[in-house]
Design a protein. Sequence first.
Length: 438
Amino acid sequence: MKRWIHIAVVSVSLLATFTPAFAQQVERFVPFDNFIQNVAQAASGEYLGRPGNKVQDAAALDQMRHHILTMYDGVHVSNSFVLDNQHIDCVPIDEQPSVRLGSVKTIATPPPASALAGPSQNASARSTKLTSQFSPGQPFDKFGNHIGCSEGSIPMRRITLEEMSHFSNLKAFFDKGPNGVGRTPQGDGFKAPVASAHKYAYTYQYVDNLGGSSTLNVWRPYVNPLVDLFSLSQEWYSGGTGDSTQTAEVGWQKFPSKYGRNISALFVYYTADNYNKTGCYNLDCVAFVQTNNSWTLGGGFPSYSVTGGAQYEVDVQYYLSGGNWWLSVGGTWVGYYPGTLYGSGQMASNAQSIEFGGETVNLDGQNCWPLMGSGEFANKGYTHAAYQSNIWYRDTNSSTWWAGLTKYEPSPFCYTIGGPILEDGTYFYFGGPGGSGC
């Protein structure tokens, strides 16, 4: 533990002398039309070589610029606001990129509300459920803009050159993580392309399924942007093998170079070809179709858990219904990955494994790992260690079952798992302080 504390102190000292662009606060509201104009007129010199930026050359920046302008071409934004130092634009459902540019002809109908329920369980009042990112007590942002989007539109986190330039090229921006990190663990048989760049602590079950659900305990672990990339808690639903591996993923993620330093963001991700040519976060490419205005993919949470104090959690679920992988967050169907994304692959009919847990990623060549979960080991228990609870899956007949999980704990000196335990639902504690010597 002393080793990790020393590293953290050094990291904080470094941050005091080096503040990359992504750590800055939004000091000026940029209306949507101005944003588009700025992207179109941006000079490569504004981004190449700036501290914290990694875009490799002017051609890569032009490719990023083209992507942004294509994604927003023909979009009519009704309202924009700033939340968690990120610009959010209210986009008509049928003008979002995955509908306007994708193969979606008609917006699919979500499953019934009754499908949100899993196996019978006793409700616990120990933690507070999060059902929205928008606080009723904060109707306006600091610039006086109304927070939230009207019916018929969705909150779309703005895709900016400032964010994209933290990545070497457009493909790197779409990737789950660099050099293959962030991929589905697929049980202890999975061997990461760059094992030294990421660490897992997760649970899994090989079972044919139409999705499942868990309750994620929400934390905001410290991630040093100088040596670390991200720390997350998530669910993976996957099918296929090798280059045919396909996934639908959801969770929260502390990823400073993408979302800023101060939030853990709600995220989704998918791949149809083992993360090779397909995949992206949230609404960053033509993939996920959002149908509800309650949640912002890539947005933070209104509250985070406190060590020894208040605990906050959010229910997340996937369900392959009507040929589409529907996502629910906080008891609301948010949108879906169209089944057509998976072509004739395994996930077009069902997933073959479920995985739940945490992952951390450092920057290439660094032997220093960020906090996972709360930063406490699993044996610290409730209000100290992070958890996932109420974990269940839906079989191919749409019946729901508590998950029978196996844990995989490859770096116990840095991250551990307590459980999984089947008691009023399947749950486990997980996490740890990271550091070196993992």
